[in-house]
Design a protein around this ligand. Structure first.
Ligand code: SF4
Ligand code: SF4
Length: 341
């Protein structure tokens, strides 16, 4: 396992990091603990979770409380005021069974908090760091405008931002700018929310950025095995992998739904984060999982869309799901029919 310094911090993190969003879907705490500890035994020492990921923090706490100092834990707060942040941090510390967080991140805020700001967020972060409850702090965002503002402010030690081979050149340049400025770059969505199905290509492409630390969302032991085997035998970005990347870029380039879910909740109960990219999911992953009775009910909710536009105001990519959901539903019905026939 390779370890790199995260930006200018003193955190030496594994270049392959563990994204602990999916672990909340492992209902059995023992099974979740086993995956987390196997990751640690495989050399991963950097685990990224969030207050918003239901019981993910608790699972990390249970898995690592006995050797807390050997792992680097990043979590996030969706707080929008200083008072809120202090309260959420105490909850996270309790869940994680620790008295400090290695990296505390503001979770996708809609603005970049500054020292002395009315919201009190930045000052609460600085205060938590001074009290030793937080060793370093950073920010996560899906908006390059806000992420750039955070970088230019010089106030944040890390920035978590989506980066994959489907990202545009501006996003690549942003990652390089962070590296040059000594700000840790944590890459989320390395598989672009499930649209990239070739982990080998995704891994090799991201490895070109020396200062970028991707967090791989892991839920199943086989996913962990795959990512550890790539780490152990690093793939070259050869012609064959570049061919895959080029084909995917042609097929998926542009304004596509990343499945981030920031547009939710939808008053009609539409699971926009999957429904709005159903065409791609049907083409790029085993379709049977999307053709169940449960999905028939979920997709049917698209007929109830009132075009209220609420999702569009929250989408960091300025998408208008109400315009694209019907085509996704039409294709879903088509594929369902072809399977039935
Ligand atoms: S426009 Fe449609 S999909 Fe978007 S939030 Fe409103 S009801 Fe939901
Ligand atoms: S519509 Fe936008 S916010 Fe919603 S899941 Fe897709 S990319 Fe994310």
């Amino acid at each position: 396992m390779e370890y790199v310094r995260l930006g200018s911090t003193d955190l030496m993190v594994s270049r392959t990091a563990f994204g602990a969003l999916p672990i909340q879907r492992v209902t059995d705490f023992d099974a979740a603990g086993k995956i987390l500890r196997s990751a640690y035994e495989g050399g991963i020492n950097f685990f990224d979770t969030a207050r918003m990921y239901s019981d993910s923090e608790e699972k990390l706490g249970l898995a690592f409380s006995e050797f807390r100092k050997d792992v680097i834990i990043a979590t996030k707060t969706g707080a929008r005021t200083g008072a809120d942040l202090r309260e959420q941090l105490e909850t996270s510390l309790r869940n994680l069974q620790t008295d400090y967080v290695d990296l505390y991140q503001l979770h996708n805020p809609s603005f970049v908090p500054v020292p002395g700001g009315e919201d009190g967020l930045y000052d609460a972060l600085a205060e938590a760091r001074a009290a030793g409850k937080v060793r370093h702090f950073g920010i996560t965002n899906h908006s390059r405008v806000l992420a750039t503002e955070a970088l230019e402010s010089g106030n944040y030690e890390s920035i978590q931002f989506p980066l994959s081979y489907l990202s545009g050149p501006d996003d690549e340049a942003f990652a390089i700018a962070c590296e040059k400025a000594g700000v840790g770059f944590i890459a989320m969505k390395a598989l672009s929310g499930g649209l990239i199905t070739n982990a080998r290509a995704a891994f090799a492409w991201l490895r070109r950025f020396e200062g970028v630390v991707p967090i791989w969302g892991i839920q199943r032991p086989e996913e962990l095995e795959e990512i550890l085997s790539l780490e152990a035998d690093e793939p070259d970005l050869d012609e064959a992998l570049m061919g895959t990347i080029e084909r995917d870029r042609v097929e998926l380039a542009g304004a596509f739904c990343r499945g981030c879910g920031y547009c939710l909740p939808c008053p009609a109960g539409i699971p926009i984060q999957n429904a709005n990219r159903m065409r791609e999911l049907l083409r790029r992953s085993p379709p049977a999982q999307w053709l169940t009775d449960e999905w028939a009910g979920l997709m049917a909710r698209i007929d109830d869309c009132t075009k209220c536009g609420a999702c569009g105001t929250r989408c960091p990519y300025d998408l208008k799901p109400w315009e694209t959901l019907p085509a996704n539903y039409a294709e879903w019905k088509e594929v369902k029919r072809s399977f039935a026939g």
